[in-house]
Design a protein around this ligand. Structure first.
Ligand SMILES: [Zn+2]
Length: 260
């Protein structure tokens, strides 16, 4: 059985003391590929270095996270664009990018601008986008709709919206990233995913954040993707190995990963 963690921040300092062991724990449970969304200018180097150490397993994305859109956002974007132009083959996706109005609204306008610019990058080079949305779902759907010219594809990472929103995103050509939230007692996701096409679901941890049950309150890591997978298979009433196969194929397709 093989799984892909489609959204995990294994390059962060949370993993500095046990990164290698942590990756091995994930591999022991069949999680063999790790897709790494970028955050800002500073995170590019540790992210890229990690991918160089695990070229068959770790795959880099490049983008500016919406909560990192601050007064220097234009400098940050031009640094990232430069990276992209210098290494067009290196990055599997533009991410993570998006809108986050939960923490701070003061750069809302700049968040929209940064998002639109990065949508353009993705379309220019035919790469998918990994999208982060918090307290801005309707705005995001309308941005995707405006940007969609047939070339935009991607994932709404850590999806927690309504059934209607899920269907709209799927209609717009997107996949939904299912993470640890689905294991939470109060989550409405279990009822929603039952009504969605499994061909549009991919698995993620968002490690070190949002650990699934029974690891809540602890540091999340990619090995815990397994708990989310078990839960999703039970909800969809399919065998775990079938879920592994389909979600792995979905992720390979969306991110155009090398076949091996
Ligand atoms: Zn993330």
């Amino acid at each position: 059985m093989q799984f892909i963690d489609t959204h995990t921040h294994l390059y962060l300092e949370d993993f500095d003391h046990d990164r290698h062991e942590m990756i091995n724990r994930a591999m022991d449970r069949g999680i063999t590929r790790f897709l790494l969304p970028n955050i800002d200018q500073i995170s590019v180097e540790p992210l890229v270095n990690l991918c160089k150490n695990y070229p068959a397993n770790c795959f880099p994305m490049l983008g500016l996270h919406p909560t990192s859109v601050k007064e220097d956002w234009q400098t940050q974007l031009s640094y990232l664009k430069n990276q992209l132009d210098n290494h067009p083959e290196r990055y599997i996706a533009i991410g993570e990018i998006g809108l986050d109005f939960y923490w701070d609204m003061s750069y809302a306008k700049q968040q929209f601008e940064a998002l639109r610019m990065q949508f353009d990058w993705a379309k220019e080079i035919y790469k998918p986008v990994a999208i982060h949305t918090r307290e801005a779902f309707q705005e995001m759907l309308s941005e995707i709709e405006k940007a969609q010219n047939g070339k935009l594809k991607g994932v709404l990472h850590c999806f927690t919206g309504t059934l209607e929103e899920a269907k709209k995103a799927i209609d717009l050509g997107f996949y939904l990233g299912i993470g640890g939230v689905i294991t939470y007692k109060k989550s409405k996701l279990p009822e929603i995913v039952k009504h969605l096409p499994i061909e549009r679901l991919i698995l993620e941890t968002d490690a070190p954040f949002l650990p699934p049950v029974p690891y809540r309150g602890k540091r999340n890591e990619s090995a815990y993707l397994f708990e989310t997978a078990v839960k999703l298979a039970a909800i969809l009433e399919i065998e775990l190995d079938k879920l592994a196969k389909i979600t792995t194929q979905n992720a390979n397709e969306l991110f155009n990963l090398p076949t091996k």
